[in-house]
Design a binder for this molecule. Structure first.
Ligand SMILES: [Zn+2]
Ligand SMILES: [Zn+2]
Length: 217
């Protein structure tokens, strides 16, 4: 023997602080009375403490200090329990601290302070916007313009019909080209001409693009 037991008084091991050595021994190791951050006290062997195997009174079943989960690094446990697991303070790569239950970390449900899902949402939104832009110009046609809804400032109240020098003039614009469909004494006739042109020009277009929905009254 001859080797003096190490004095651990006041030293911290994880959540435990060694208070005083007891008379008990575990093999040759001294059993210490310790106080845990949770408020409870417990006994731990000097070997368990110094080797890093014993870090708390048992209140923290799984110590994940320093473990990484996505962008998060577990910093320290809190006293809270949520979804039956310990809530941990985590530091996100973006610099933000957040509180996450252990179960959400180990299950891979939470991987950031929230910055990741915000970025993913923004990426998704960007993709959606690009897809919409792509779809709206098919074969040089702006699909959103293929509509039977008249402009709000149109006097005739029928899309593609305007009142011109005592007559109703029908027209249709397709793929950047305006087609004149004639002048009519009644708005009904002008509208009929416009509808016929829609069926011919747009019908063909929508038939060859079945993925697009036609805005039809
Ligand atoms: Zn404890
Ligand atoms: Zn973050």
């Amino acid at each position: 023997m001859g080797r003096r037991a190490r004095n651990l008084t006041g030293q911290r091991f994880g959540r435990l602080v060694a208070k005083y050595p007891t008379d008990k021994r575990s093999g040759t190791a001294v059993v210490w009375h310790c106080e845990c951050d949770c408020g409870r006290s417990c006994e731990a062997t000097s070997l368990g403490l110094t080797s890093g195997r014993t870090k708390n009174c048992g209140c923290i079943k799984k110590d994940i200090t320093g473990f990484r989960y996505g962008r998060l690094t577990a910093i320290r446990p809190t006293d809270q329990v949520r979804h039956h697991t310990r809530v941990w303070v985590c530091l996100c790569d973006c610099g933000q601290e957040c509180h996450v239950p252990l179960g959400s970390l180990t299950a891979g449900i939470v991987k950031s302070c929230g910055c990741l899902s915000k970025e993913n949402w923004e990426k998704g939104y960007e993709r959606m916007r690009e897809a919409n832009l792509r779809d709206s110009l098919v074969d040089g046609t702006n699909v959103s313009k293929l509509t039977t809804t008249p402009n709000s400032n149109s006097k005739a109240k029928v899309k593609g019909v305007c009142f011109d020098a005592g007559k109703y003039r029908a027209y249709i614009t397709f793929q950047g080209k305006r087609h004149h469909l004639g002048r009519y004494s009644t708005i009904k006739d002008a509208e009929a001409a416009r509808r016929q042109a829609e069926d011919i020009l747009w019908g063909e277009f929508f038939d060859s693009h079945p993925e697009l929905k036609r805005d039809k009254k």
